[in-house]
Design a protein around this ligand. Structure first.
Ligand code: BGC
Length: 485
């Protein structure tokens, strides 16, 4: 009888632990992974492979100085040629799944659905097949920042038609690869360059483009989800997740106005991204709708700068998830402010005492991971969760004890989230398998479990201490491992 219950729980994906719950060990069916994204590792930009230009290729060509040390991703880790090698590394770690992304402009060089690049189909088939042959489940992000340039030229994610083009792209991806891929994530961190000017397309219009981007992404996500439901789910039997950029936003003090401001900031950040999908009422959060409408009116606009979701759209988007994917790295402290010019009305900063990394935005605060999970549990109807990214940057040290310590603290926080807060976390994936092209920072900030020598034409990979440590963590299902040298 116990075996039967255990089997049912395993199949249902609810964490189980052999009946003997050990709060230092991850449940028997908990999944460990490692993450990458296409543009950051593939290279393979040579003409003969037929990849089309994406917004990063375009922006870097136009002004090479935007990337630290004028570097680029033309070769990067050369995973386009070295994927077999990468899969060996995944095997060494003993991961259950590998999270990677498909390059839209590699598959559909112009972004539109009329021209499919057969080299891309071959490449992703090879990767997926080899993973499966080695017992590693592919978890595929459909779109991770690298929009085809032709689509950027028509407004990118401010153009509502992108939702249709994305649906076409998703149809092609599901058709070619969905017989073998069982975990899909629709988007990863797309809107940064719309609200801000720190990456392409550098629009820097938080008050307009930032919101438009979120609106179109929600519609595009829901279209892909419904498409999967209607056409593919019955045959392919996979799951489609929606990803939230997670940065925990914590009140800097216990003052009521700061506590309130921190919750407002969370609604403006997580709520903007995920309320429409996960909240039982759907739509953008009430506090956002009200506040932005009021401010817009005072500013003389004839309508709110936050685009409306119609009743039909709210219904169309609500509930379109099989799981929630969370990327977590760090925490930001929040104080109420009536002097900031943004809509949320808060000051943001970090605690200087938190340990630093090589990235100026990333300081170590493991409780943030637990807090975020509690918040989504309470606010978003308790969805099943995958931690799809969590990692630490340094300058590429092989003896990366700071990374080991970061990952250990976060896995311990995750165990508390699972056992004490009863959050249904199904898996965890480290960012990143390899040192790679860290966007605007080029190759100056390293997140890999494996070192890559970017001066060597072979792009030789070397095992770091953190890889040896993570291998042991996976084998023993606990972050409290010793003797991993
Ligand atoms: C992004 C990755 C990036 C990492 C570290 C994540 O949020 O998805 O592409 O490399 O952050 O900056």
């Amino acid at each position: 009888m116990f075996n039967l219950v255990f089997t049912i729980l395993l199949v249902s994906g609810i964490p189980v632990n052999d009946g003997k719950e050990d709060a230092h060990k991850f449940p028997a069916n908990f999944l460990f992974g490692a993450s990458t994204s296409a543009y950051q590792i593939e290279g393979g930009n040579e003409k003969l492979y037929g990849k089309g230009e994406n917004m990063w290729d375009f922006s870097i060509k136009k002004n090479p100085f935007i990337i630290a040390n004028k570097s680029n991703a033309e070769i990067s880790c050369d995973s386009y040629h070295k994927y077999r090698n990468d899969i060996e590394l995944l095997k060494y770690l003993g991961v259950n799944f590998y999270r990677f992304s498909i390059s839209w402009s590699r598959l559909l060089p112009d972004g539109y659905s009329n021209k499919v690049n057969t080299h891309a189909v071959r490449y992703y088939n090879d990767v997926i097949n080899l993973l499966l042959m080695n017992g590693i489940e592919p978890m595929v992000t459909l779109h991770h920042k690298d929009l085809p340039q032709k689509l950027q030229e028509i407004g990118g994610w401010t153009n509502p038609y992108l939702a249709y083009y994305y649906e076409d792209y998703a149809r092609i991806v599901f058709t070619y690869f969905g017989d073998r891929v069982k975990y899909w994530i629709t988007f990863n961190e797309i809107c940064v360059g719309y609200g801000g000017n720190i990456e392409p397309p550098f629009l820097n219009q938080p008050e307009h483009a930032g919101y438009l981007c979120r609106n179109v992404i929600l519609l595009a996500h829901a279209k892909a989800y419904h498409l999967y439901d209607q056409v593919f789910r019955n045959i392919q039997r996979g799951q489609v997740g929606y990803l939230i950029e997670g940065r925990w936003l914590q009140s800097a003090t216990e003052q009521p106005e700061d506590l309130k401001a921190a919750e407002r900031a969370r609604q403006f950040f997580f709520g903007l991204q995920g309320n429409a999908v996960f909240h039982p009422d759907g739509d953008f959060p009430e506090v956002m709708k009200r506040r932005i409408a009021e401010i817009s009116k005072k500013q003389g606009y004839l309508r709110s700068r936050l685009p409306d979701l119609s009743k039909e759209e709210v219904t169309f988007i609500q509930g379109t998830y099989d799981f929630l994917a969370v990327n977590y790295y760090s925490t930001v402290l929040i104080k109420d402010s009536n002097t900031t010019k943004d809509d949320v009305g808060v000051d943001k900063f970090q605690n200087e005492e938190w340990k630093k990394s090589a990235s100026e935005w990333l300081r170590v605060y493991p409780d943030g991971l637990r807090n975020i999970l509690r918040w989504v549990k309470d606010t978003f109807d308790n969805p099943e969760v995958f931690i799809t990214e969590n990692g630490f940057s340094d300058h590429g040290e092989l003896n990366d004890t700071d990374r080991v310590s970061y990952l250990k603290l976060h896995l311990e926080a995750l165990l508390q989230a699972i056992y004490e807060d009863k959050i249904p976390v199904k898996g965890y994936s480290v960012w990143s398998l390899l040192d790679n092209f860290e966007w605007m920072a080029g190759y100056t900030e390293k997140f890999g479990l494996f070192h890559v020598n970017f001066n060597d034409p072979q792009r030789t990979r070397t095992t770091k201490l953190s890889a040896k440590w993570y291998k042991k963590v996976i084998a023993e299902r606990t972050p409290s491992v010793v003797d991993y040298y």
